[in-house]
Design a protein around this ligand. Structure first.
Ligand code: ADP
Length: 204
């Protein structure tokens, strides 16, 4: 089991997936908070039943899956509903993340979480790695990747923690603006070496 855990975070389109894929290529186990948040509402889960009771059957698709887009738009406009949902899901997501960390076997592991700091998940990790990028690159890269408009991406960026605030939590930073993928890989390789030695001394 990995006892040494790195929390990886950054805004939308900052490069979390790109960077975590590079760590995975180095055989580091990756735990993804987004995946954990989907697992806890799978068809048949207690949480999905509670959501159906609270919000109504029309929040469940005909295939039994949660209608995430509908739920997202409801909680965007209704603060009380958002608070109810968070109090249901956050403890379950945290449990799922801890269960996955317990399964990890690499010398250290990485928890990737877009809202690591907003949701206080940094309490679960030993070190925080922030990907830093300017807003223009975030918007340009996300528009190229997703069907969303630049205005929507900017709205999401505005709802997330500011770069300055996020960086104030950082133990390590990956700089991903005006950086080639080769340059990012070099930054990942040197952090990997650092994390292996930190994990070794942590286990002693
Ligand atoms: P996140 O997971 O943080 O939302 P991604 O890793 O998906 O971000 O990166 C957003 C998009 O930008 C992806 O399409 C990715 O391939 C691209 N990208 C990330 N870093 C770079 C880079 N240094 N140069 C060019 N494209 C990049």
């Amino acid at each position: 089991m990995s006892r040494y855990i790195i929390g990886l975070t950054g805004g939308i389109g900052s490069g979390k997936t790109t960077v975590s894929d590079m760590f995975a290529e180095l055989s580091i186990d990756i735990i993804d908070a987004d995946i954990a948040s989907r697992i806890v509402v799978e068809p048949g889960s207690k949480a999905l039943t509670a959501i159906k009771t609270y919000f109504g059957a029309d929040f469940i698709e005909s295939n039994g899956q949660l209608n995430r887009a509908k739920l997202r738009s409801r909680i965007f406009s209704e603060a009380d509903d958002k608070a109810w949902l968070n109090s249901l899901l956050h403890p379950l997501i945290r449990q799922e993340i801890l269960a996955q960390i317990a399964q990890a076997t690499s010398s250290y592991c990485i928890l990737v979480a877009p809202l690591l700091l907003e949701n206080n998940l940094q309490k679960l990790v030993n070190r925080v790695l922030v990907i830093n990028v300017d807003e223009a690159s975030q918007v340009a890269r996300t528009v190229a990747r997703d069907p969303s408009s630049a205005a929507e991406i900017k709205r999401i960026i505005a709802s997330q923690m500011s770069s300055e605030q996020r960086l104030s939590f950082a133990d390590d930073i990956i700089h991903n603006q005006d950086a080639s993928l080769d340059n990012i890989r070099q930054q990942v390789i040197s952090l990997d070496q650092k994390y292996h030695s930190l994990a070794l001394s942590f286990d002693k």
